[in-house]
Design a protein around this ligand. Sequence first.
Ligand SMILES: [Zn+2]
Ligand SMILES: [Zn+2]
Length: 434
Amino acid sequence: MAQPHDTSDGATLNKSPSPAPVPSTSPSGKLPAELQSCIICRKKPARLCATCRSCSYCSKKCQKEDWPTHKFLCKAYSNESRPTAQHKRAILFTEENERPSLIWVHCTDYPDEGVETADLSPYMEDLAPSVSVVHFNHRLNQVLEDDIIVYNLDDYLSESKPTRSLYRATAPLGFPAVQWRGPIMVMRKVGRGSDAIYSTDMTLADYRNILDYFVNYGKYNATGIEECGKEPEKTANTMRGVKITCKSEQDLRGKKPFVAVQVSTNHAATLDGEVSPISKLVNMPFRAWKIPQSSEARGHGNSLANQAALFLMIDTNPKRPRWGFAPRHWQHGIGDVLLVREDGEDLTLEQAEVLSRFCQYKLIPMVQQATETEDFVVSYRQPLVGITKQSVVDFITAENVEAFKKEMYEWRDAGKDMGEFFESLDAWSGVIGA
Ligand SMILES: [Zn+2]
Ligand SMILES: [Zn+2]
């Protein structure tokens, strides 16, 4: 007779009431959050799949529901052993393969510099891949414990075929709204945002989270973001936000760089958006959310450039090696970006534009100078004079933004050319590259 949790395809729920073996992903010895609840319905308690021990379900029913995609990796997950301690488990989707595959990616840590390098070259054709960060599951309406990083070759799409194994894996879940092409690699980092430096193993719960991402990408596109005039009507379920448009929207469709929008208060951006470190320092924390792009918009490299948004996302912690830089996923393929305030209050066009210009024209030149000064000090063992990283951070205050606004508006109200104003600030308008 079949056991209560057997599925027809052979995977079983872990029936033992004793604590399940702890997957290697957990540094604290605790089961990672995504394995404590059911990956299908979020219910607790949930039990680990007895075969892979890397995905949890509340019931046989939920396990069965996940099986059509889970089956591609369940057995493989239980079989393979780690080549070396430096290898981390990742998932690869390709154009040729019928199924997704588990791969071991060699990662090298440099703890002194607070960085890690992962050897993606065998899977990414030695090209520089685009990077996207996933930290939210729309289907479950759940924030993920750790960032999941998606690498693909968006910028080289014209030569690629559809990602066959991805379409195969997502087929039971629905058809992706945008086209996915070329090889795609997925890895997991420990932590979120700028803390997420080191890689760790992907679990098969992550695998399901990422399939949900591919299927749902683009479906939340413009939903709940209405462009509006400067003074939109206030309703109970909406708040004002600001859309920062990317270069192609400005060049091809004549959009203004900053557009007032009305957003539903439960919009994905309120959970999924990333808090701009600079906005925190000026006591007006807001979240920035990359508005998913259409198939047509993706794959055109530079046209998705959005410097005004990029500058709002630079790391402001002077102790970190990435200080003064935006995380990599804010440097390429940004597209349109939605800003909403974290406290649910309205964000005005003026607030967003002033802070963004402040960053671009006042702060970035200072960041440049401080980086050069400190590099010089380190190289030549000279005493530190002039502008330091800490002094730049101390300069980011609500008062200084206000003073900048006054300066900017006086110039504007005098009918003078704004371009000249920005030039007068010794503007440095290059891209902060990695
Ligand atoms: Zn369930
Ligand atoms: Zn399994």
